[in-house]
Structure formats: structure tokens, C-alpha cells
Design a protein. Structure first.
Lengths: 282, 277
């Protein structure tokens, strides 16, 4: 399976829109087009195989389920994962004759997508660095009082940064993709240690994504119990994700009401206050 | 002199500039500063008429700015209201606006990162993953629609609330009631992520001890399944969490540690995907 130039250009455009900092704005770009699950659908549509795209996107999504960029430091680049990693994974899985829905297919996609995502952080720092040039122009414009030029600086010129750091790398790597698969086939037998390790890594990596998320939501050890509650729901009781969300929502409502009772106690205890009135309204 | 009032059109334009452009021209030096300038520009143009005044007013917003962009919309709204008050000669000056802005961006970023990126997105994605079984596009479509509708309406709400209520709007985000809601939402998120871990992480061992005749004495995976299904997945998640939160190791390094563990496990016969071309 090969990627043609037309498909590669579409991936390149998506990469420009979806990256952090991207040209689509974060709501539509980074947090929609940049999510591997959505990218799986889009890449699948472009390559004419939605099912494979979604399966691969979903598998990679778990690794990056909570990709936070606190203070602009990134551990993985979404444009690389989504529009370089996913097309390559589709080509690789098809080229190697794996079933995308199998454990092996998913592991392969996750290992490849994560490797590309980590290497892709270069693109993030590249884009941010080229943007310094436009920002410099922006400060000059402000100094001279040419305020309208700010729109060009903020929303037009960064396209150039993305042409260099998103579009070109995506198109070039996508075009070379099928050669890479041939090389893998030739030099790395599936039952060799390298490939066995690759597939094992692919099955281990989603744990990092969930770990990152836990790090954010767990503030005391008992919070881990909440996590295990969800885990047990799915692993032992066989509840699916939608069911788990509903059960979680039910407990959250109970929790919220208990909290409100506590708050009311505090306000009554302090002989009422102005805040009290506001609280009753809602 | 008639009181200056920002028109609906201008506020809408300011909101759209922020909604779209808050991070388009990002650099490590000035992250969302230019997005902020573009959001304030229509407002300043309407409130002040001479180029000197406009330049002077805009200089308030040239200081470094970075926050969680979705919730951060409330800050843009607050400063729009303050700028209007300033133009009407109330006791507000640029320095004060900047102080409020700088004071808000840290706390809002903290709440936004944990509530939006750490909770809302994982819940929506968790449900979407559940809908994606067998490669169905419904999950991705569900996520695209639900996320964009919630965020576009939510950001609009925050922007206009910020404009109307000024500093008080921040109560929506940090008040006691907001705290209770936030904790409850985080709880749903934690439960869903537990279910995601159980549904989507499949770590199995191939470790066996064999009798002389080749029949197995111990098949480790079966033993583990008897204790708790997916036990290895849970252990690996907790291990990664422990490395990152207790040992302060970066996610990239944790991934490398897993590569080493995978290699060691393969060499020892603990892991074996049992594949061939």
C-alpha cells in the first residue's frame, strides 16, 4: 500500500491545522483534529479505509488520552502522532499483513505512533522558534503604531512556520512510508527480538497515558480507589465505557450533594452571610 | 460626554479573535501574548479614536500571557469590561488591568488543565472509544460534535460573563460551589479512566514452567487471571503513575524505561507476542 502525493498533501494540511500551536485554533485544531481518534477517522477517509483508521486511531488515543502541555513543554507532538504516525501505521500494518483489530496490529500502531510522536517534539520546538521571527515583526509594528498588522502576525505569517515544520515533514515522510515497511520486512523478522520488543512496548505504552492522567487527578492515595472502582467495573463486571460513565455520573451526583450539605453546614455555623443568598438561588 | 459602550459586533469580533487565534503565533518567549493583542484590538479601536490613545491602551496587553485557553476566555472577557470602564474615566488604569490579568492566568491555567484537559476530554474520549468498537466512526463523530459544542458555548458564556461581571466572574471558576462541581466531575473522570485502562490496555505474559513431558506446571497468565483479570495492566499503570508522580520522572523517560522492561521481558521469556510473517 502506498500513499500518493495528493493524500500526502492532505495529511500535511491537517498537520498544519492540528498541531499545538496550530493554525486551526486549539478548540478545533489541537483538541479536535489533533486527537488520534479523530485523526484515525480523517486519515481513514483520505486513505479509503475508515475501519482500519479508526481502530488504529483508537489504540493510539489511549496513550495520549490526557496530553497536557503545562507551560508549553511537550512530551509528544500531536501533529506527528496523528498525521505522520497514523498513516505510517496503516501502511505498516497492511504491508506486514497484520489484522488491525488484533492485539498485534494495535501494538504495532501504538509503538510506531508513540515513537513518531516523541521524535515529533522537534517539530513543536521548530514551529515555536520560527514564530519568534513573526513576533519580532509584531513588536516593531506595535512600536510604529501599525496595529492592524497584528492580525497578519498572529494569524497569517505562522502559516509559513507550519509550511516548514508541519507540511513539508509530513508530506516527505508519508511519501517515504512504504519504503520503510519494506526495510522492516527485510531486516527485522517478526519472531526476532527487536520485533518482539516492539510489539511488547506497544502493549505497555498505553499504561503511560493512563499514568499521566492519574498523576493529575490523584491528590491523595484514596483517590486511587476511585480509579480501581472504574477498573473493576470494566475488568470484572464487564461494564462498557458508556456504562462506566453513567455509573460514575451517578456517584458524582451523590458526592456533589454531600459536598453541598457540608457547605451549608459551614455557612449556617457562621450565622449566615451574603454568599448564602447567592448559593440558594441556583 | 456620552458613556462609551462596546457594541455587540465588537465583542463578537474580540471573542472570535481569541477563540481562533489565541495560540496561532506561539513561541516559548510570548505564548498567547499575540492572541491576546488580537482579541483586544477591536475593543481598543472602538473605545479610543486617536492612534496615540490606541497604541497607549494596547501597550497594557504587551506583557507575557499564557493560560489554559478555553477557560482563559473568562480573563479576556474581564479585561474587555475593565478596558471599557477605563475608557469611561473610572478609577481603572492599565497597570491595574495588567495586575488582574497576570494574577488570574496562573490559577485559571491550573483549573483548566485539570478540569478540561485532565477530565472533560478523557471522559468524552472514553465514551468515544467505547463507541468505536470494531472501527466504527460513530465514536470519533460523537467526540467532534460534543467537544466543539460544549467548548464553543462554554467559551462564549465565560467571555460574556467575564465582560458583565468583571472580577466577580472568576467566582464561577473558583467559588466553593464550583469546587464541589469540579471534584465531582474529576470523580467521573477517574472512574471512566479506570474503565478505559481495563478495556484498552492488554498486557499479558507468556511465562510458563513446563514438566519434562511438556505439560505446564505454571501458566502465569492463567494464575494472574484467577486473582484479578487484567492484573498486569493495572500493575503497569500504577507503576507508571508511581514513577511520574512519586519519582518525578518525565513521561518520555518512563516510555524509555518501558522499552528496557519490554526488552528484558522478551529475553527472559516473560513477554512473547507469538507472531510471524
Amino acid at each position: 500500500m502506498e500513499i500518493n502525493i495528493f493524500q500526502a498533501i492532505l495529511f500535511g494540511l491537517c498537520a498544519c491545522l492540528s498541531s499545538m500551536p496550530g493554525m486551526g485554533g486549539t478548540t478545533i485544531g489541537n483538541y479536535t483534529l489533533g486527537r488520534p481518534l479523530v485523526a484515525g477517522l480523517i486519515v481513514g477517509l483520505i486513505m479509503g479505509d475508515v475501519t482500519t483508521g479508526v481502530i488504529i486511531g483508537a489504540a493510539i488515543q489511549v496513550v495520549y488520552i490526557a496530553l497536557v502541555t503545562p507551560g508549553g513543554t511537550v512530551s509528544a507532538d500531536v501533529r506527528a502522532i496523528s498525521y505522520i504516525g497514523i498513516p505510517l501505521a496503516i501502511v505498516a500494518i497492511k504491508g506486514l499483513g497484520l489484522d488491525p483489530a488484533s492485539e498485534a496490529g494495535r501494538s504495532m500502531a501504538v509503538a510506531l505512533g508513540s515513537a513518531v510522536g516523541t521524535l515529533g517534539t522537534v517539530l513543536f520546538y521548530g514551529t515555536a522558534t520560527v514564530n519568534l521571527v513573526w513576533q519580532h515583526m509584531g513588536w516593531k509594528a506595535v512600536e510604529k503604531g501599525q496595529l492592524n498588522k497584528l492580525y497578519v502576525v498572529d494569524m497569517v505569517l505562522p502559516w509559513i512556520s507550519h509550511f516548514i515544520c508541519s507540511f513539508l515533514p509530513t508530506v516527505i515522510i508519508a511519501m517515504l512510508g512504504s519504503n520503510v515497511v519494506d526495510l522492516i520486512k527485510e531486516y527485522l523478522p517478526m519472531d526476532g527480538i527487536a520485533m518482539k520488543t516492539l510489539f511488547t512496548v506497544g502493549s505497555l505504552l498505553p499504561a503511560v497515558g493512563v499514568g499521566i492522567l492519574l498523576k493529575q487527578v490523584v491528590s491523595k492515595p484514596t483517590d486511587l480507589l476511585t480509579f480501581f472502582f472504574g477498573f473493576v467495573l470494566a475488568a470484572i463486571m464487564g461494564v462498557n465505557l458508556i456504562g462506566a460513565a453513567v455509573i460514575g455520573g451517578f456517584f458524582a451526583v451523590i458526592f456533589y450533594n454531600i459536598k453541598l450539605l457540608q457547605l451549608r453546614k459551614v455557612t449556617v455555623g457562621s450565622e449566615g452571610s451574603e454568599i448564602d443568598d447567592d448559593e440558594e438561588d441556583i | 460626554m456620552a458613556e462609551k459602550k462596546l457594541s455587540k459586533k465588537t465583542l463578537g469580533k474580540a471573542f472570535r479573535n481569541w477563540y481562533y487565534g489565541h495560540l496561532t503565533c506561539f513561541s516559548q518567549e510570548h505564548m498567547q501574548t499575540f492572541g491576546y493583542l488580537c482579541a483586544m484590538l477591536p475593543i481598543i479601536k472602538e473605545l479610543y479614536h486617536t492612534p496615540e490613545e490606541q497604541k497607549e491602551a494596547l501597550s497594557t496587553y504587551t506583557a507575557f500571557f499564557n493560560t489554559e485557553p478555553q477557560l482563559g476566555t473568562v480573563i479576556v472577557g474581564v479585561t474587555a469590561g475593565l478596558e471599557e470602564a477605563k475608557a469611561n474615566g473610572e478609577a481603572v488604569d492599565g497597570e491595574m488591568i495588567n495586575g488582574i490579568r497576570a494574577g488570574l492566568m496562573g490559577p485559571v491555567a491550573g483549573i483548566g488543565d485539570s478540569l478540561i484537559v485532565g477530565t472533560l476530554i478523557p471522559i468524552l474520549l472514553g465514551i468515544a472509544l467505547g463507541l468505536s468498537n470494531g472501527g466504527s466512526p460513530i465514536g470519533a463523530i460523537f467526540y467532534i460534535i460534543s467537544w466543539n459544542v460544549i467548548m464553543t458555548l462554554g467559551m462564549r458564556f465565560l467571555f460574556y460573563k467575564g465582560y458583565e461581571l468583571g472580577g466577580k466572574a472568576v467566582e464561577i471558576l473558583v467559588g466553593e460551589k464550583a469546587n464541589a462541581i469540579r471534584e465531582a466531575v474529576v470523580m467521573v473522570g477517574t472512574i471512566v479512566i479506570g474503565a478505559v485502562a481495563a478495556s484498552w490496555i492488554t498486557i499479558t505474559t507468556s511465562f510458563e514452567m513446563l514438566n519434562d513431558d511438556g505439560s505446564p506446571i505454571i501458566e502465569l497468565q492463567k494464575t494472574l487471571d484467577g486473582i484479578c483479570p487484567k492484573l498486569l495492566s493495572a500493575v503497569t499503570v500504577i507503576f507508571c503513575w508511581w514513577l511520574m508522580s512519586k519519582k518525578k520522572i518525565s513521561p518520555t523517560l518512563v516510555m524509555l524505561i518501558l522499552v528496557v522492561i519490554a526488552l528484558a521481558g522478551v529475553l527472559l521469556g516473560f513477554f512473547d507476542p507469538k507472531l510471524s510473517y
